[in-house]
Design a binder for this molecule. Sequence first.
Ligand code: GLY
Length: 278
Amino acid sequence: MAVLVVHCGAHSTEEVLDGAEGALTAGLQVLRQGGDALEAVLRAVTVLEDDQRMNAGTGSRLNLAGEVEMDASVMDSRGQAGAVGALSGVKNPVLVAREVMRTPHLFLAGEGAVRFARETGFPEYDAATSRARRELERVEAKQRSALGGSEASEKPGPGETVGAAARDEGGYMAAANSTGGISIQLPGRVGDTPVIGAGIYAGPAGAVAATGIGEEIIRAVLSKQVYDRLLEGKDPQMACDEGVGQFPSGIPVGLIAVASSGFGAATNTRMAWRSGQV
Ligand code: GLY
């Protein structure tokens, strides 16, 4: 039996659960039609990137210079991986990460990643939305406010990162991630999402994707930690619970994982996610 898990990011609410369901349906359809786990996670994450409510692809947050810079990655149980960081001007960064996976490199960033995207057929695209511009204005207003905790700051923003993990009928597994970053970020900042071992990890024992505050996830090398638990034979739900459990509630984190024994999903905040089997 094949399995797929998708999430809309740490902090995402039930309001976007239909987005998770749409991504799940699209990814399961790939598996149903004989596509493999890699194709399924790419399809699911692409659907989430195209959903303007998500902080990935179209709808990505803006950095403090008012620009979209996106991170994305993909990795599979054969150890193949591809990642992009601080990538601008494309519609689906996860598909650019997939192209990087076909090269001898693992991770392309900034101008070089943009050039690579153009050379591999990704046209110029403006991923900034009016909603993202309004969110940046709210963040800047909050920063200016001596009081903080203003009405604007109480409005929930989009989640941190979207992601998917899948195992197909042949036992092949893959994970994929995509994000517009965190709400206050300098130009050039790259979070955990494209960092192999931090925001993503996969190998023969399973596939893991993380969401949350990138700097903390990188420090913890979180996805590799969770993967190592799978390698020890731990149930993926327990592995995710233990991964999340090491973070205090002030550091929002979420995890999804698949293994031959099943799947897991855990968070210490809100996270819209869905799983399904075919
Ligand atoms: N997890 C998303 C980021 O920190 O960029």
